[in-house]
Each structure stands twice: as C-alpha cells, then as structure tokens.
Design a protein around this ligand. Sequence first.
Ligand code: PHB
Length: 390
Amino acid sequence: MTTRRTPLILGALAAAFAFAGAPAWAQPAKLKVGLMLPYTGTFAALGTAIENGFRLYVAEQGGKLGGREIEWFKVDDESDPSKATDNANKLIKRDNVDVLVGSVHSGVAMAMARVARDSGTMLIVPNAGADAVTGPMCAQHIFRSSFSNWQPGYAMGEVMAKKGHKKVVTITWKYAAGDESVKGFREAFEKQGGQVVKDLSLPFPGVEFQALLTEIASLKPDAVYTFFAGGGAVKFVKDYAAAGLKASIPLYGAGFLTDGTLQAQGAAADGLLTTLHYGDSLDKPRDKDFRLAYVKAYKLQPDVYAVQGYDAAQMLGIGLAAVKGDIGKKAEFAAALEKARIDSPRGAFSLGKTHNPVQDIYLRQVVGQENKVIGVASKALADPGRGCRM
Ligand code: PHB
C-alpha cells in the first residue's frame, strides 16, 4: 500500500544511500571527479594523455576508487590562467565535484590551488610544476603527482656543469613554468661555477623563435638550456636544428622538450640530452606492464603525462582507501599519502611533507623515437618546498 508519505520516505532513503558512509548494504554515492585540463592549444595532447592515464588506473581497479564508482566531469581549461578561476568554480559549485584534478599549465594550476584552498576542495595536480603549489600555497588537501618546475631544471644544472659548460644561454616561455625551470637550472649551474650569460624568452604560447635564435648564434654560448613543452617544443627543436645551431651549440632541456613530441620532431631531436622523472626503456616490470596496458587501451605510446595521470589516480585511490571512501576526512587522507610509497611506472616514489614527489630525475638521450634513460642525474631529489607552512 502506498501513502502520501511514500515519496518522503523514499527521499530520506535516497539521501541515506547517497551518503558515502552509508550502511554496508547501501551503494555509496559515486565520487565526482572534475578533470580540468587543456584539450585545445599547445598542451592539448598533454591533457589527453593525463586523462588517459588517470582512466587506465581507474579501469584497472574495476572502475572504483575507495569502493566508490566514479562520475566524470570535464572542463577544457585552454591553458588560460584568466579563465581558470571560473573554470574551477564551475566544477566545484555547479557540478559539486569531490576532487579537482588539473592542470598542465602552471598559471592555471596556481588559480586552481587558490580556489581549492578557499573552498576546501581536494586537489591533485597531475602536471603543472608551479613551485608555489607545493610552496607558499601548500595545504593538507593539495597534492602533486608530477614534479616541481625546480626539479628537472636543478638536475640539468648539475649535468651541464659536469659536462664542462661554463657559459650558457637560457630560452623559454615567459611564465611561471619557464621562469622557475630556468631558476632551478641556474641555482645548480652557478653553484658549480657556471654562468648564465643571457636569459631569453617569449610570451606563452608563442612560437616566433627566429629573432631569438639569431641572438643565440651571435652570443655563441657553450650551450643552451631550455624549457618548452607540447606543440611549442616540437617547433622549437625543429627551428633550432633548421637554424644550423644544433651542431655548434648543444641544446639541453627539461625533458618536456622531447616527451610526447618525438614523432613530430623527427631527426631534429636526435641525440638531445634532457632531464626528467620518466623515460623510455626504464626496464622496470611495473613500467612494462603499464606501457603494454596503455598501448592496448589507447593505441598510443604513453609518455610522462600519461604516467602522471595514472599516478594521480593511484594517489586518489590510496587516500580514499584509507578513509573508506569518505573524502571529507582530509587529515586521514593526507596521513595515508604522506606515508605511502607510490608504485609508479617511473619507479616508486614518496611524497615530501609539502606533497610533492621525492623522485629520481633521469638523464635521457633521444635515440630514434625514444627518450633513452642513460643514467640518474639526481637521486631521490626533493623540491626545497620554500615557503610551505603546513
Ligand atoms: C607548466 O606550465 O607547469 C608545465 C607545462 C607543460 C609541461 C611542464 C610544465 O610539460
């Protein structure tokens, strides 16, 4: 028999079911994951690789993390910092996501970190290296599965100094990631007695490199250090070779220069040395399994971005398992991640107290279509986390 009160009772039951900590017989509500990534522009391929990696890990867990199925929400952030606050708020206020995952661009990620801090929303950064995210903006509920801009730059500063280079020119996009990558490089390079004779830059995501390449030719440094990524990196590496500089002034970079880009760069990238927390030919069983699964799922070779997306999902899974799906338990979620060893395809890593990976930075050389790992440039390198108070 139905009464007029039936809808009310059903409503109450639905509310009970929706609560993540509902009785064992209830299906917990889906976990709302908000992916805020670039799907257009110079970083479009990077956003897709991150999402692919993230979804691969979730699929390997039978579609659930911490016992909860996932409901997906997506925003194309266009790598545009001026739209980032609105985009993040759409996911938080309109879609009510439980966790934000993003982004690639450091300026966008800093805006996301601000929104995450103001709203208390969990944030996992699956690429953007903005030092501030695990520095002055650090928080109990903000995590990074990737790197800080300082890390690959610092490792390369040591490598280039050891190679005997004394006078170096840097060239990058004028924004947080480029500036901080160069700063990390400079810190290590100068400590070893090297000198940066000139910092060159152009606005993000510009690719009009000709005048700057002419300047490099006339400055005649021992070598060049660079940060570019995605579509811009493809064009830079090709232009550098086409300008005839490759043979006379060796080009080095943070590994984004040649990751996910080699097919498009072709012979122009041959032999380049870069530093990064991932590489091809790592020869670790965990990486081999990951690469096979990724190729099978997407018919594409994975790159560092795919790994970072995969590990962002792993980190979310570790935190959620510790709180049995109740993502509101932030202190317990953070405690679980702070003591975890994350079984990454890059090699297992832990999170420092600022929630940035403490990880090996590999030295890689482009051989054919591979970033071949030829050594470890810096073992278990931790970002200094300057300005983080937690
Ligand atoms: C960044 O903006 O932090 C950034 C973008 C692309 C990369 C690496 C870092 O490949």
